[in-house]
Design a protein around this ligand. Structure first.
Ligand code: 3PG
Length: 208
């Protein structure tokens, strides 16, 4: 419900969007992100080992793990079984909204237009992901949503860097942003979790 997703999304200004297949990196990555001040972790269902990555990350003290790229009821059940506390979908469909009604953890549904935002709002959602944020026009679009859709709060995701994140976080209808810039591919490949922790710390300070 809205209170549940609000309390999660209020905990940090940035939600790392994680695409990881190497299960051995799951715990050190989650530990680095939590230590840097980003406890909310979205693990996308885009790799063969994503569910095992979630299970490992959910064991890290302070980490609140959610599933991303959720497309159907099976993904939702798998997410709960893996210890997820929330779910994120790239879009809305009648079936995914029906399935979410039967699951005990909240969904952050993705939308790109006012019509989709209105459809989600009619189903009781007041917190939505704006996706893909930059490709859809970025902060000026969300700013334009604020007056006609005053009851809806957004987490923009897609194409965001620290400078853009700061602009989104200055909007009245943005609670947090999502992004992958905190985990550069070369840092992950080198197991450079110190660099990732430093990037997380900078991201955690973006709303200050
Ligand atoms: C994604 O689709 O992977 C997320 O929206 C993150 O996007 P980003 O990699 O552009 O931050």
């Amino acid at each position: 419900d809205a209170a549940a997703i609000r309390s999660i999304l209020s905990l940090a200004p940035v939600v790392p969007v994680i695409i990881l297949d190497d299960v051995s990196q799951a715990r050190p990555l989650a530990e680095a992100l939590v230590a840097g001040g980003l406890p909310i972790l979205e693990v996308t269902l885009r790799t063969p080992n994503a569910l095992r990555v979630m299970e490992e990350m959910a064991k890290v003290t302070g980490a609140i793990v959610g599933s991303g790229t959720v497309r159907n009821a099976t993904h939702m059940k798998q997410s709960v079984d893996a210890g997820c506390r929330f779910m994120v979908s790239p879009g809305i469909s009648p079936r995914i909204l029906d399935a979410a009604d039967d699951i005990g953890i909240p969904l952050l549904p993705g939308i790109a237009t006012p019509s989709e935002a209105m459809t989600a709002a009619e189903r009781g959602y007041s917190f939505l992901k704006f996706f893909p944020a930059e490709a859809n026009g970025g902060a000026p679009v969300l700013k334009a949503f604020a007056s006609p859709l005053p009851d809806i709060t957004f987490c923009p995701t897609g194409g965001i860097d620290p400078a853009k994140a700061r602009i989104y976080l200055g909007l009245s209808n943005v609670i947090c942003v999502g992004g992958s810039w905190i985990m550069p591919g070369d840092a992950l490949a080198a197991n450079d979790f110190g660099r990732i922790e430093a990037l997380a710390r900078e991201a955690a300070a973006l709303r200050g």
